[in-house]
Ligand binder design. Structure first.
Ligand SMILES: [Zn+2]
Ligand SMILES: [Zn+2]
Length: 134
């Protein structure tokens, strides 16, 4: 009994540190990056634990998950938004576009209901374009 309580307390701590790590990461980190950052506070944590906790947090709706190049990226922002991925530096930008009426018409017209959407735009970011000009 005593042992399991101790274990669940540790799990609660791990979860809150991982949650805080994602909230303070505005760069849409991978699980490996969250692991590297969380390790500063949780020295003994394993990558497998980080994966599991991240999946739980996504299921609970506390953090977002986007798949880019077949890799999961985690997002502090859970409100409806889209992403722009730079093909040159790999940075991911948040793009705020409200749900578009035309998309609504085409998807909901045949009778479906949109609950969420994730658009990913690819191109060259502002920073990379400026670098090119020089
Ligand atoms: Zn770029
Ligand atoms: Zn985002």
């Amino acid at each position: 009994m005593k042992h399991s309580r101790k274990k669940s307390k540790r799990q609660t701590k791990q979860k809150s540190v991982i949650y805080r790590t994602v909230l303070s990461s505005k760069d849409h980190p991978t699980a490996e990056q969250v692991y590297e950052r969380a390790k500063k506070e949780l020295r003994t944590i394993s990558l497998a634990t980080v994966y599991r906790v991240l999946k739980d947090l996504v299921k609970e709706g506390k953090i977002g998950e986007i798949i880019i190049n077949k890799q999961s990226r985690f997002d502090y922002k859970t409100a409806y938004h889209h992403h722009f991925v730079c093909l040159y530096c790999g940075k991911i930008f948040d793009i705020d576009i409200p749900m578009c009426d035309i998309a609504k018409e085409f998807v909901e017209g045949p009778g479906h209901t949109i609950e969420t959407a994730q658009h990913i735009f690819y191109g060259k970011c502002k920073n990379c374009r400026e670098k090119e000009k020089k």
